[in-house]
Design a binder for this molecule. Structure first.
Ligand SMILES: [Zn+2]
Ligand SMILES: [Zn+2]
Length: 276
């Protein structure tokens, strides 16, 4: 299992990384370890997109690749002075909680789970948060409820990109994307995180996407969200959500700047040796 510890201010480590196994990222574990050592990191964590029993999803690592993924993480652990943690990024739905716990933490003995809301089940059956066209106030309501419930499950070592909702609103309504609805959603998520002592992720993948897709304002992380976290007792972790070795530290300077600017408590993960 994994412990959450105060981050060493002189080192940044990344705990949100994807490999070729999810079919929409590049690079393998050994490649990332090499790059991490070059960047002066001493730990990295893989969080491949989690397969869910009975659900076809071409963006997730297929079930048959799971044993090889765990083996490759374990084999790379300690190479070039880099400790390697093995995790999964789970698309949250309350009905899948026991599957995530029993399958990934239980059967495969993974180190940690990351909780994400990429997909909304509800009014539009399933709708991807990244698909901007139908994302409005009603969808924001569904997103917020799901995100809060994910926090309350206490299943996840950290909850990813809580401020992802800022982006669809931006595109859908043509404003700068931060209105009273966004603020209310942020407050609910931050309240839940504070109450449940949940680590929230500053995910800088949005910096790369902003550049790549020519958006005018940063789609995420949203500084407005993190400003609201500044006077609260909330721990944060800063990751890049790498989908290629080149993106291992992409945008992280901005994430660290937000942490400094809003005086946030930065944590990182560590293997709990006693329980290995
Ligand atoms: Zn991905
Ligand atoms: Zn991810």
């Amino acid at each position: 299992m994994t412990r959450i510890i105060e981050a060493d201010p002189t080192v940044w480590n990344n705990f949100h990384i994807h490999t070729y196994r999810c079919r929409h990222a590049e690079g393998d574990i050994a490649d990332y370890v090499k790059k991490a050592a070059e960047l002066g990191m001493n730990k990295i964590g893989f969080s491949e997109h989690a397969f869910i029993a009975g659900m076809e999803n071409p963006l997730c690592m297929p079930e048959e690749d799971i044993p090889g993924y765990v083996e490759a993480c374990r084999a790379a652990d300690g190479e070039q002075g880099v400790s390697v943690l093995c995790g999964m990024e789970c698309d949250y739905d309350p009905s899948d909680e026991s599957f995530f716990r029993e399958f990934y933490l239980g059967k495969f003995g993974m180190d940690y789970l990351v909780g994400s809301v990429h997909v909304l089940k509800g009014r539009h059956d399933t709708m991807n948060v990244f698909a901007n066209s139908h994302f409005g106030v009603k969808e924001l309501r569904i997103y917020t409820d799901l995100y809060v419930r994910m926090i309350e499950s206490r299943l996840f070592t950290f909850c990813a990109h809580p401020d992802l909702f800022g982006r669809p609103i931006e595109v859908g309504e043509g404003s700068n994307g931060w209105d009273e609805n966004a603020e209310a959603a942020a407050k609910e998520i931050l309240d839940a995180a504070e109450e449940n002592n949940t680590v929230l992720e500053i995910n800088t993948s949005g910096i790369w996407k902003t550049r790549e897709r020519g958006h005018k304002t940063i789609i995420y992380p949203r500084w407005q969200f993190w400003e609201m976290a500044s006077d609260r007792n909330i721990r944060v972790i800063a990751n890049t959500d790498s989908h290629s070795v080149e993106r291992l530290d992409s945008g992280i300077d901005y994430g660290m700047e937000l942490i400094r600017r809003y005086n946030l408590q930065r944590v990182e993960l560590e293997k709990d040796q006693a329980r290995d």
